[in-house]
Write a protein that binds this ligand. Structure first.
Ligand SMILES: [Zn+2]
Length: 275
């Protein structure tokens, strides 16, 4: 998104995005930034699928959707890109198909896998921004570390039951995910927690908006602040998390250490890790 090219919009694009180009501060310049940007969405479920939907309709240039596993019937109360006949098949391909039908101008890469130590660096290097919406903390931590290393902003959105939180991380400027949650909670039960679709949906709209704000420069993103939402009572609060100068992920020392470790790898090892 930093390499602004002089795209000419087609008349169809100008018509499609007319109502957002009208917004004060958005304009054709904001639209061009969106068209120039690639966003990763990790975990394309009730949360990530809705994030991807709003980025696609806004006219993001490219989406990289990362999600392993097949669609289950009990996903259907919240995964709005899916259809009933797709149960049993890989979710991510249906997400790509649905989004392409809604906005064929968006390029979509579907990766039917989870975020892993092996794939994260190559995926993050190909993007301008990441949206962290995966179910597992392991995937979230891997994505955070790679975004810090390769200097990419990350919108972190998570929920549990009727509670949700959101923050926007810009490496070097804000606390990273590891600063905010230094102690890892136990992994959630693989059978899942209780969820009504409108909760991840609400959070997803805010997360997509954070990405749109960062990319276009419209408004003021949630930098260095953690928004917590109790959707049972509709109570919202903002906190300022601690930015740990000795963070094992985002401190200058930790970043240099990881970069040096990558330099010491053999060509074969670099190929294997895609770095
Ligand atoms: Zn940190």
């Amino acid at each position: 998104m930093n390499h602004l090219e002089l795209f000419d919009f087609t008349p169809k694009e100008l018509e499609r995005y007319r109502r957002q180009i009208m917004l004060p501060g958005f304009g054709e310049s904001g639209q061009r930034h969106l068209k120039n940007s690639t966003a990763i969405v990790s975990g394309v479920g009730g949360l990530g699928g809705t994030v991807a939907l709003y980025l696609a309709v806004a006219g993001i240039g490219k989406l990289i959707l990362v999600r392993g596993g097949d669609l289950r019937l009990d996903d259907m109360n919240r995964q709005i890109l899916m259809t009933d006949d797709w149960v049993g098949k890989p979710r991510v391909f249906k997400a790509k198909e649905t989004l392409s039908k809604i906005n064929p101008d968006v390029e979509i890469e579907a990766i039917a896998d989870y975020i892993t130590a092996e794939n994260v660096d190559s995926i993050v290097q190909r993007a301008d921004i990441a949206l962290s919406c995966a179910y597992s903390f392991t995937e979230r931590d891997l994505l955070n570390a790679a975004c810090v290393l390769w200097d990419k902003p990350m919108v972190e959105a998570a929920m549990d039951g009727m509670d949700a939180y959101l923050t926007t991380i810009v490496p070097g400027e804000t606390p990273c995910l590891s600063c905010i949650f230094p102690e890892k909670p136990p992994e959630w039960d693989k059978r899942g927690f209780g969820v009504v679709g409108a909760v991840p949906g609400s959070l997803a709209c805010l997360a997509a908006l954070e990405a749109i704000k960062l990319i276009t420069g419209v408004g003021k993103p949630l930098l260095g602040q953690l928004l917590t939402m109790d959707l049972n009572r509709l109570e919202f609060a903002k906190r300022r998390p601690y930015h740990d100068p000795d963070c094992p992920v985002c401190s200058e020392k930790a970043k240099q250490g990881k970069k040096q470790a990558i330099e010491l790898l053999t060509t074969e090892e670099k190929k294997l890790l895609n770095v």
